[in-house]
Write a protein that binds this ligand. Structure first.
Ligand code: FES
Length: 646
């Protein structure tokens, strides 16, 4: 079968593909990231390209509009080269420059006072859980070991352990064989003054003595806290002695080219014999690139990183370690493991000190992973009197309700809309995405703000929430999301997909076509917001409490950072309680991982939280479905639940 050469413009990258391999697959293999919510199944239209030269066979163009087809757009995942090609990847199809929450807005801290302000922000490192570096997962210690004598003939390692116990209070210690092999000479040559390295591995009761070096070693040593998100991966490099974060980097998860959500990725592992290996390889590569960048930036050796803590949802941790995720998506939804014991970095494939322990924060269920356990720790809710609602929204909405007495959690499928999926002009929070929308009554004037202040190429989750809220507030759509028939505006028009509203005309857009939102897409979004609200209400019903009982709401995650809370309440996604009760915690997953790196107390708390958290499976019983149906209106069937909207 001949291999055709494909010139990808505008970057002029060369790719080869045979006539049986899709352009999308050829680009992924060559490391050219392309958006692909559906993972290459031809159902999302994210992977649009323009074939500028050469011949292709295109299986289907069903997801493309007439206008797009006229302009020559094709779906890369449905295109097969029949000759050498020149293929243009338009801006809106590139999987680049994803906006990643690395730190909180330094200007934050105040609580939103009106609809135009964003949510209040909790301090960067909340001083409420496992403060300070009490016992980090890795530690170096200078010891003066008492020399043996005929009156004290204890073995060499026993003498070392005796001093470590005295200095640290740690009772259970075990040396590695490598330590024992070199110990007698090092002790004697160094005059019994040595530096020992101690490492704790999750799941092991004793602390490991991993190294003994002559003299007083002052070299710094680091830990890595990693948030393995479905969409993005963020890593913090932490000085384990001072507890300070010395570097932070984030990038998109390279698994994104296999599909946006965890289910698509699990299916990929089932459909392709090499699927699990591929997904594991790319996420490990993603983390290793962050490690390399952080080490270069800080001018340290990668082997100076002596311990790693990862927090991720259950599917992500399974894929990271190469564990079979199949049964996560099949009833009764059981993962291989929630509490994963530590593994060596060399086994996990991370390019740090090979013997470093890599630990994943304990999860609770298939759809309640260690990232949420970490979030609950960081929010402080598990140790507070007040009733707190913790919310992390992405493709899945993960929510926890409770206080120091009890914790209940649930996960709802919010669908891909908040990540910009399933919406023709939806996109992730990247440069060019509309993140804020204002619409005047009747739609005469529309104002859109984009990420990066550039001409818009699409609309991201926070923009979509604003959009639905303002279409409703400006009288253009009714409570069911239908366009109101007597509102006349040139922006409301009929299309092949039904009625739609033009947010940005093509002349003002950073793409060739108008940016629109259709009635069907508005309803799609209403379903997403209904799922979130129904999840919250189901937990409240379970414990017999009203919405007003919630003392505070903590929003976490990258998407949560940009939500306009007033608009989210107005469409009925979040409870209608005072805005002052809302706060934003940032990337609580990586923050929790950092706390675990530094503090034994935090690690114990994480285990306690995971044990304490009850998981409510929403597919059992009718409560969730009843709540969901009631929430399919703006803001809700029961307006009494939204007093500020009456
Ligand atoms: Fe090609 Fe979804 S349509 S990746």
């Amino acid at each position: 079968m001949p291999n055709f050469s494909i010139n990808i413009i505008p970057d002029h990258k060369q790719v080869t593909a045979n006539e049986k391999e899709s352009l999308y697959h050829a680009m992924v293999v060559a490391g050219i990231p392309l958006k692909a919510s559906c993972g290459g199944k031809g159902t999302c239209s994210d992977c649009k390209v323009l074939v500028r030269e050469g011949k292709v066979e295109s299986l289907t163009t069903g997801m493309l509009t007439e206008e797009e087809q006229k302009q020559g757009y094709m779906l890369a995942c449905q295109c097969f080269a029949q000759s050498n090609l020149v293929v243009e990847v338009p801006e809106e199809s590139k999987l680049t420059e994803h906006r990643i929450v690395l730190s909180n807005n330094p200007a934050g801290g105040s609580i939103a006072q009106n609809g135009d302000e964003r949510i209040g922000i909790l301090e960067e490192e909340p001083e409420r859980a496992g403060e300070g570096p009490d016992i980090p997962l890795f530690k170096r210690l200078f010891l003066k070991v008492p020399e043996p004598s005929l009156d004290d003939m204890e073995d060499d390692i026993g003498r070392v352990i005796r001093v470590i116990r005295k200095e640290t209070g740690v009772e259970l210690l075990r040396p590695t064989l490598n330590v024992l092999l070199t110990l007698p000479n090092i002790l004697r040559q160094a005059g019994w003054k040595v530096t020992v390295s101690l490492a704790e591995g999750k799941g092991y009761k004793s602390v490991e003595i991993t190294g003994v070096e002559p003299g007083h070693i002052e070299q710094k040593y680091y830990g890595l806290a990693v948030d393995i998100g479905t969409t993005t991966v963020v890593a913090k490099l932490v000085d384990l002695e001072s507890g300070q974060t010395v570097g932070i980097k984030g990038t998109y998860n390279k698994q994104a080219v296999y599909g946006d959500d965890v289910i698509t990725r699990i299916i990929h592992t089932n459909e392709y014999p090499d699927g699990l290996r591929e997904l594991r390889k790319v996420v490990v590569e993603t983390i290793n690139e962050l490690i390399e960048d952080l080490a270069k930036e800080q001018r340290i050796k990668q082997t100076d990183i002596r311990t790693v803590v990862c927090a991720g949802n259950t599917t992500m941790t399974h894929l990271f370690l190469g564990l079979d995720p199949t049964y996560i998506r099949l009833e009764p939804y059981t993962p291989v493991v929630n509490n994963i014991p530590a593994v060596r970095a060399s086994r996990a494939g991370l390019n740090v000190y090979p013997m470093a322990w890599v630990q994943c924060i304990t999860g609770v269920a298939s759809y309640m992973g260690g990232d949420v356990t970490a979030g609950v720790l960081v929010s402080g809710m598990a140790f507070a009197e007040e009733l707190t609602l913790f919310v992390d929204i992405g493709t899945n909405g993960e929510m926890v309700l409770g206080n120091k007495e009890w914790l209940i959690s649930c996960a709802c499928s919010a669908g891909p809309a908040f990540e910009g999926g399933g919406i023709r002009h939806g996109m992730r929070a990247m440069r060019g995405a509309i993140e804020k929308v204002r619409i005047s009554p009747g739609g005469a004037k529309v104002t859109c703000c984009t990420i990066g202040n550039v001409p818009p190429t699409g609309i991201c989750g926070s923009g979509l929430i604003d959009c639905v809220a303002w279409l409703y507030k400006s009288g253009i759509i009714d409570r069911s999301g239908n366009f109101v028939s007597d509102v006349k505006s040139p922006r409301i028009r009929d299309s092949a997909e039904g009625k739609e509203f033009v947010l940005v005309w093509s002349e003002k857009a950073g793409r060739f076509t108008d940016i629109t939102i259709s009635e069907a897409e508005i309803k799609n979004l209403i379903r997403s917001k209904a799922a979130v609200y129904a999840g919250i209400r189901s937990m409240l019903q379970m414990v017999g409490l009203p919405v007003e009982a919630i003392d505070r709401v903590v929003i976490a995650g990258g998407f949560g950072r940009y939500i306009n809370i007033r608009d989210a309440i107005d469409i009925g996604m979040f409870p209608d309680i005072p805005l002052e009760k809302y706060s934003y915690v940032g990337n609580s997953s990586v923050k929790g991982a950092k706390l675990a790196l530094l503090s034994k107390k935090a690690r114990d708390m994480l285990e306690e939280i995971a044990k304490k958290m009850t998981y409510l499976e929403l597919s059992i019983g009718n409560t969730f479905m009843d709540e969901f149906v009631s929430a399919l209106f703006i803001p809700h069937t029961d307006l009494g639940l939204f007093p500020t909207m009456q």
